[in-house]
Design a protein around this ligand. Structure first.
Ligand SMILES: [Zn+2]
Length: 450
């Protein structure tokens, strides 16, 4: 049975994945805090991304650019001018909405008017009103001031995407790394957009974390690399546990494309409310490098010493969101089944994504058992992230570990003191096996299949 949003939000809060931010003050406008399990999982999502984008590649290097930087970046990139949403106010209740996201409903006739035609018009989700102000462009960048003076000369913006931090460092990276196209820079970091209507839990928030690759290619090869990254990124989600049938690639129509993009494909996931974007893969062409070259007066080109040719590479950009990926893994992993006649909920998370890989569970709190269990914990901690739990009955502790997605439980019982062995229990099959402690690391890592 697929998980509902209500249940997902409940589980995230109860188990310490995601809390509403500033809850003791009544919350704060669609912002969220990550709890003990949420930080572990988010870190694992980012590590899995970094592993496939940087560690397992020869031609991609890392980067971490500043969140606050020169406003000239946003002038050159077009964000100051173009990064807007159409904003309207409802004339009845004064709520603000994105004009292009208003739901449609049958037009209500004016009092005394004849029978209405079957016309559908934008309708306020709050009060059902159908009269709005004209749409006006609303820039999504958060404005702030750098230094002690709050004047126009001190204006800066929180970055709305990590991408521009790559482009302004293009020449630096080329100089320090001697890379030959195709090559890429990878970056994980926070971005900020003053969304008019955030929503759907952590799906759309004003502060969010991006995982972006900018992949520089010879212009003639751009469409081939675009296709490559579309399938590569689709497969990444499958590799980490999302069934293919819950994913699709959606090509943007011409009128949907951003001002810099020649082609965009979204990797979409079947969220409880419908298909939603996990990641966008865009062919940004040479738009950004040329714009920054023109605005800065610097040369942003690749010089091929073999052929003596200079050119501005095209950029293929796979850009993913950490929170959206987390949500998708949680939703896809959520499983209910029956174990020994009892209903159980489990999260079938990939071992690299699960917050904990192993839980060490001593059968009782008795002194001699605890000290042996802590020795077992010390053997595993350098290798994997471990939980340690000695409260309540063993059955309830298994249920808890199933519900937070821990792939393996290691149980220490009184026989362990004699035979120096422990029991490994598998989350999905619930099968158990006795393993000597001196072979435990090997047994655990082989079961986690990394
Ligand atoms: Zn209204």
């Amino acid at each position: 049975m697929p998980v509902s949003m209500e249940e997902l939000v409940r589980l995230c809060k109860a188990r310490g994945f995601v809390y509403p931010s500033a809850e003791i003050y009544g919350g704060f406008r669609s912002t969220y805090d990550y709890g003990p399990l949420g930080v572990l999982m988010a870190r694992n999502v980012k590590d899995a991304w970094w592993r496939s984008m940087v560690q397992l590649r020869r031609e991609v290097v890392g980067l971490d650019a500043a969140v606050l930087s020169s406003p000239r970046i946003w002038e050159a990139s077009g964000h100051l001018k173009n990064f807007t949403d159409p904003l309207v106010d409802c004339l009845s209740c004064k709520q603000r909405w994105r004009a292009d996201e208003l739901p449609l409903a049958p037009k209500r006739p004016a009092p005394g008017a004849p029978e209405p035609a079957e016309e559908m018009v934008p309708t306020c989700p709050n009060c059902r009103g159908q009269d709005f102000t004209d749409a006006r462009p609303f820039n999504l960048m958060f404005k702030t001031f750098v230094g002690p003076l709050e004047d126009e000369g001190a204006v800066a913006y929180l970055r709305p995407e990590t991408a521009q931090g790559h482009f302004v460092n293009f020449a630096n990276v080329l100089q320090s790394e001697h890379l030959v196209p195709p090559f890429g820079t990878a970056q994980i970091g926070k971005s900020f957009r003053n969304e008019i209507t955030p929503g759907n839990f952590v799906f759309r928030t004003r502060e969010f974390e991006q995982m972006e690759l900018e992949y520089y290619v010879p212009p003639a090869d751009a469409s081939r690399w675009f296709d490559y990254w579309c399938s590569e990124r689709f497969d990444w989600y499958v590799r980490y546990g999302i069934p293919r049938e819950m994913l699709r690639l959606r090509h943007h129509a011409e009128e949907e494309l951003s001002h810099y993009s020649a082609a965009t494909v979204d990797v979409e996931f079947a969220f409880p409310w419908g298909w939603g974007e996990l990641e966008g893969i865009a062919n940004r062409t040479d738009y950004d490098l040329k714009a920054h070259a023109a605005a800065s007066g610097q040369v942003l080109e690749y010089f091929d010493s073999a052929t003596g040719q200079r050119y501005v590479p095209y950029v293929i950009e796979p850009a993913a969101g950490v929170a959206r990926a987390m949500m998708a893994f949680l939703i896809a992993g959520y499983t209910t089944d029956e174990v020994a006649g009892e209903q159980r909920t489990s999260l079938r998370l990939h071992p690299r994504i699960a917050p904990y890989q192993v839980a060490v569970l001593p059968l009782s709190k008795k002194e001699n058992l605890s000290s042996f269990a802590l020795e077992v914990l010390a053997v595993l901690q350098p290798v994997v992230m471990c939980d340690y739990d000695d409260t309540r009955s063993i059955g309830r502790r298994y249920r808890r570990q199933d519900e937070i997605g821990t792939p393996l439980c290691v149980t220490v019982d009184f026989d362990s003191l004699e035979d120096k062995a422990v029991t490994i229990r598998d989350r999905d099959s619930t099968q158990q096996e006795r393993v000597p402690v001196d072979r435990l690391v090997e047994a655990v890592t082989s079961r986690l299949a990394w």
